[in-house]
Design a protein around this ligand. Structure first.
Ligand code: SAH
Length: 322
């Protein structure tokens, strides 16, 4: 028997160590090159707002195939060359590290954020927090039980009340100690050394009870408990709770704002149109369709939210103000 978060950590470590863990997935940077380009432009402006520190480090957590960073660097090499020359990728999967090395020529890899050199931080993380392990408790009358996993099924073990929201009878509360810990460390670093961390994740704007654990194998939803290591396990990110963790550490939080509004303010459509005007019609149409997929509220535009954890001296950053 294993607590759910330990099961999820082990299953995902095995899954991401596999030969092509992202086959069948289409994350935002894989939909359009403009996603990474506008985030690169955002990073340059944020870096300027920090006073253009030459010792700043550019970090991506969970870079997947390296597409976002490769696209962002095309912009950053011109707009913020010193930042573009100091790239650090936090990635535990050996197969994805190899993949990232093909996309990003000059970078240093890390298992954890702690080994990234000191200096003001510009951190990007798209769909990273949702891969971190969660715990789940279920309310049973006046008490609570915590979900463990044994032989592909849940086993309930009595436990104290969970630290976040309440739930009705038989309702499920989930939280991620790993995500809370990461945001706590990022916020502490940003407060002490300066900088900003941008998180893009799916999840509701406010903490709410409910079971959001899901497993995808080759793009298909499968049983999260069956055959650990064969599917990608994710859960909704509790943005409100994580923003609270960041504020407690002394950071300020900008957002969350819906991904669609954020990208539109950063010029997603203008940049896509400019690219489209220089290519044959089928490719031009695909570029505009990709922009819509990223930004339309009924597609990815509303479900995904953008949140920045900032040094308190930073002004309102682009994309966050209407
Ligand atoms: N950001 C990418 C990929 C998201 S998938 C994109 O948008 O396409 C999640 C990524 O986080 C993968 O690269 C995975 O290997 C990495 N990852 C998962 N758990 C991790 C952990 N605990 N530490 C570091 N990286 C992790």
């Amino acid at each position: 028997m294993e607590r759910l978060d330990r099961f999820m950590a082990r299953a995902n470590a095995a899954y991401y160590a596999g030969p092509d863990p992202l086959a069948g997935f289409t994350t935002a940077p894989e939909i359009s090159q403009v996603f990474g380009e506008v985030l690169g432009a955002w990073a340059a402006v944020a870096w300027q707002a920090m006073g253009s520190p030459t010792d700043a480090v550019l970090v991506e957590a969970g870079p997947g195939r390296g597409t976002l960073m490769a696209d962002a660097l095309r912009v950053l090499r011109r707009a913020a060359p010193s930042l573009a020359g100091n790239v650090h990728l936090v990635e535990t999967s050996p197969s994805l590290r190899a993949r990232q090395a093909l996309a990003v020529a000059h970078a240093t890899w890390h298992d954890r954020l702690e080994t990234v050199p000191t200096g003001p931080l510009v951190l990007l993380a798209n769909e990273f927090l949702d891969a971190l392990p969660i715990r789940q408790c279920v309310r049973r009358g006046d008490g609570w039980v915590e979900r463990h996993v044994a032989s592909g099924a849940f086993v309930e073990v009595p436990c104290p009340a969970p630290p976040t929201v309440d739930a009705p009878d038989d309702g499920i509360v989930e939280w991620s100690e790993a995500a809370r810990d990461l945001v706590h460390r990022v916020a502490g670093r940003v407060v002490a050394q300066g900088g900003v961390a941008l998180f893009i994740d799916y999840g509701p704007e406010r903490s709410a009870p409910g079971d959001s654990l899901q497993a995808l194998r080759g793009g298909e939803a499968v049983d999260p408990l069956a055959d650990p290591g064969s599917a990608d396990l994710t859960a909704h990110v509790d943005i409100e709770a994580l923003a609270g963790v960041a504020r407690l550490a002394g950071a300020t939080v900008q957002g969350p704002v819906p991904q669609g509004a954020f990208l539109a303010r950063l010029g997603l459509f203008e940049r896509s149109r400019a690219l489209a005007s220089n290519v044959p019609p089928p490719r031009a149409g695909a570029l505009m369709e990709a922009a819509q997929r990223l930004a339309e509220p009924h597609l990815m535009g509303r479900l995904f939210k953008v949140t920045a954890v900032c040094h308190p001296a930073l002004p309102s950053l682009s994309g966050f103000a209407a």
